[in-house]
Ligand binder design. Sequence first.
Ligand code: ADP
Ligand code: MG
Length: 314
Amino acid sequence: MNDSTEERVGIFEEVKEFPDPSAARRFAGLVGLDEKKERLLKEARLLLDPDSLTHWSEQFYHKKTKIIKLFEDRPPLFIFAGDVGTGKTALAETFGDAVARETGLSMTLYALSLNARGKGAVGEMTSLLSMAFTEVRQAASRASGRGGKRTSGIVLLVDEADALAQSRELAQMHHEDRAGVNALIRGVDDLATGNLPAIIVMCTNRLEALDPAIRRRAAATFIFERPNEDQRRAVVKPVLEELGFTSHQIESIVTATGACQGRSYGYTYSDLTQRFLPGLFLAAYPARKASYDLAKKVIEEHPPTPPFQEASSD
Ligand SMILES: Nc1ncnc2c1ncn2[C@@H]1O[C@H](COP(=O)(O)OP(=O)(O)O)[C@@H](O)[C@H]1O
Ligand SMILES: [Mg+2]
């Protein structure tokens, strides 16, 4: 970590350089997100390497086509929306590594969480956002290099963006309420017009609570969902198989972690990776092997997290 990296950490939760092996492992381990991963990488490539757009146009049409211009003008904003524990943060934090590997550019992640940092005062969140965008804009200007050829790119993650909406609701459309949203919109627009090698990802558990002006700007919105049966199997099977569970037992665990017993929802990914599997291990450790009976007990003791909407409706 050099001096300038340390400075940057002041505003951000995390500043991370890619490629990075642990990010690559996390990215590869994300189940059920293949389509999103592919689309995101393609979009990122287009944003970070606008020359490739021109090449395509020249190659197939021998001129710069209108469709290219359309693409170039899009704000570099992606919204990740959906239930808690479905991989929004995990994907946002790690796809920069895949981009780095694919493009050969070095990538830097600047991660900001509005929940952890900007809680409460709208003013605080507003200045945090403004500072973050200023910082990213400067870094992106440096990264865009001279003479066109880019050497690096930036991912700005604005996580837990619900906080912005929540504080607006609390402020009851108080005049201050739009300040945070405006700071965000200004930041996004500045990055868009600057033609800079930066991508913004905003994560939210409540898409409908995001300001329409922000939603409208998104180049794409990805909706994240709880794992279906196949996806739950993909998460638990390799772990349980190794522990000696039979395929029959694994199947009944896959079923028991789905929507059943009158529940309309099943386990989230994080319910499986951060509650069920660690719970199973702790139940077995240190005295015995992990068994099917223990697994059943852990499932009974750890029902799935209720969907965000239901949990927060009042
Ligand atoms: N698609 C997925 N495949 C495998 N594990 C996942 C997936 N999504 C989430 N997880 C697990 O759950 C944890 C929390 O996910 P996270 O990305 O923080 O959820 P969100 O930001 O959507 O609330 C991850 O660190 C990972 O262990
Ligand atoms: Mg998250």
